[in-house]
Design a protein around this ligand. Structure first.
Ligand code: APR
Length: 260
């Protein structure tokens, strides 16, 4: 990428998946140790499963919520938040429901698949904090009910459900308009989210992939780092910050180098 066009105003989108939170101790979905290796997503992450077995589905998400609550952002999340300091228009588009990006200081975050920190009534849509509903003291208790009688469910997007209104559209606009797309820790197999990578590549973005394994969309990457996000991203961000500082210095010298 020509240095001249790389400046604080450069439009950057960071697209993340479960792999960016793996080093926080949170399981990914696919691959070695992935959740879907032990659990069938059809019986846990669909509205049909919730209708059939609300308690089983609720308890599973309640235990995942506790896991997320008790985990901390890692070096990859922090590096992405740091990058935003140099690029104010940077946008994080995540498939993750853990809010680790926000917890590590990222301000502009689009959640494509909802979040596990809130729950909403399946009937009236009332939304509350998950924390207020978590009662692990009585494992026999039924899944929580809303005052209207409806069942409370996690505010995540289940398979077969629409993404939150307008969120994908906003992400697609940013992806098709960005200069640099950083793709971190996603298997790029779930659509429409993975389509953002194709959209950015089609529109001329420089695509950088950070994933310890290749994915079906790795061929779209201009540069791939086959390593852990927590190792690669801090180094990449330091290199970018250093280059911006050098460019700024060079511009100033160029501007004020000789007699007016
Ligand atoms: N650093 C970089 N990449 C990693 C790391 C790491 N530390 N650990 C794992 N990965 C990579 C894996 O190689 C894999 O390609 O992260 C990817 C995780 O892929 P998935 O588990 O499929 O997660 P994701 O792509 O986010 O899944 C998409 O599927 O199940 C649904 O709704 C769920 O949002 C999720 C969606």
């Amino acid at each position: 990428m020509p240095t001249a066009s790389f400046a604080p105003s450069t439009r950057i989108v960071v697209f993340t998946g479960a792999g960016v939170s793996a080093e926080s101790g949170l399981a990914t979905f696919r691959g070695v140790g992935g959740l879907w290796a032990d659990f069938d997503p059809v019986t846990l992450a669909t509205p049909e499963a919730f209708a059939r077995e609300p308690k089983r589905v609720w308890d599973w998400y309640a235990s995942r919520y506790v896991g997320v609550r008790d985990s901390e952002p890692n070096a990859a999340h922090r590096a992405i938040a740091r990058l935003e300091a140099s690029f104010p228009s940077l946008l994080v588009v995540t498939q993750n429901i853990d809010r680790m990006h926000q917890r590590s200081g990222s301000r502009r975050v689009l959640e494509l698949h909802g979040n596990i920190w809130t729950a909403r009534c399946n009937a009236c849509g009332r939304e509350v904090d998950m924390a207020s509903l978590i009662d692990l003291t009585d494992p026999t208790a039924d899944s929580p009910r809303c005052g209207c009688g409806g069942r409370m469910r996690p505010s995540v997007v289940w398979f077969g459900e629409r993404l939150p209104m307008g969120v994908f559209e906003e992400a697609a606009e940013a992806a098709s308009d960005c200069r640099l797309l950083l793709v971190v820790g996603t298997s790029a197999t779930v659509y429409p989210a993975a389509g953002l990578i194709e959209l950015a590549a089609q529109n001329g973005a420089f695509v950088v992939e950070v994933n310890r394994e290749a994915t079906p969309l790795s061929h779209l990457a201009d540069r791939s780092y086959r390593d852990l996000a927590g190792d690669v991203l801090p180094r990449l961000v330091t290199r970018i910050e250093r280059r911006l500082a050098e460019d700024r210095e060079a511009q100033l010298r160029d501007l004020f180098g000789d007699e007016p």
